[in-house]
Design a protein around this ligand. Structure first.
Ligand SMILES: C[S@@+](CC[C@H](N)C(=O)[O-])C[C@H]1O[C@@H](n2cnc3c(N)ncnc32)[C@H](O)[C@@H]1O
Length: 206
């Protein structure tokens, strides 16, 4: 197989084994936003199992946390980086892991009860294609979590990394929320402040 098309190439940031534990370091794994999301999903899907698509799975922390929760899920994890998917397969061989981009999801409309996308869209050139794809494959609820909360001002920037560049975008809240409002019947917002890391969570219901 030849080289991937430029638009499909993985940033070196998402291919370096030194980064695979990133979401486990410095309190990231314990961030209270993770518990907030799990609690909400446990209440919403109490007493029944749910299918879940998890998008952008570096360090497999979401999959780890599902193990200890009351949520019964059939889990599919996707990531644009083959190296990250290999790492997740080593950590959780019992789960379904696939290499795929959030901007081009190979699933039918409404395939998953829950679609979970945490700390990913800030790393894309822009949010719209990804959010439309996430909404398309959602049957019941999409959980979108941002580590750079959307704000009044839009700031699209690429940050230099030792091995290349990575997008770290702050989106305009009005633009993101207008799109979510158009794609879902109800959107609830929660800001979880944990230390110096605020997380903005949108719970979006079909
Ligand atoms: C900061 S990590 C988030 C990890 C995890 N969701 C968490 O919060 O613990 C960002 C992840 O998004 C993935 N990613 C970046 N662009 C992507 C794309 N276009 N499609 C799917 N995954 C992508 C990266 O490879 C990386 O695993």
């Amino acid at each position: 197989m030849g080289d991937a098309e430029p638009s499909q190439r993985t940033s070196p940031l998402w291919a370096d084994p030194d980064d695979f534990d990133f979401m486990r370091r410095d309190g990231r794994k314990q961030h209270s936003s993770r518990q907030a999301v799990l609690g909400r999903l446990e209440r919403r899907f109490a007493g029944r199992s749910a299918s879940m698509l998890d998008v952008g799975v570096l360090s497999a922390v979401t999959a780890d946390n599902l193990d200890g929760s009351d949520l019964a899920v059939s889990y599919v994890g996707i990531d644009i980086s083959p190296a990250i998917i290999d790492d997740c397969r080593r950590r959780h061989p019992e789960l379904d892991w696939r290499v795929m981009s959030v901007t081009d999801l190979a699933f039918e409309d409404g395939s998953f009860d829950v679609v979970h996308c945490r700390h990913v869209i800030e790393h894309l050139p822009y949010f719209e294609t990804a959010v439309r794809e996430l909404a398309r494959v959602t049957a019941a609820m999409m959980v979108l979590c941002l580590f750079i909360p959307a704000a009044e001002e839009e700031i699209l920037r690429r940050k230099k990394h030792s091995q290349g560049y990575v997008w770290v975008n702050q989106y305009r809240a009005a633009d993101l929320e207008r799109l979510l409002g158009a794609l879902f019947s109800r959107v609830d917002f929660e800001l979880v402040q944990d230390g110096n890391r605020p997380n903005a969570i949108y719970y979006c219901q079909k």
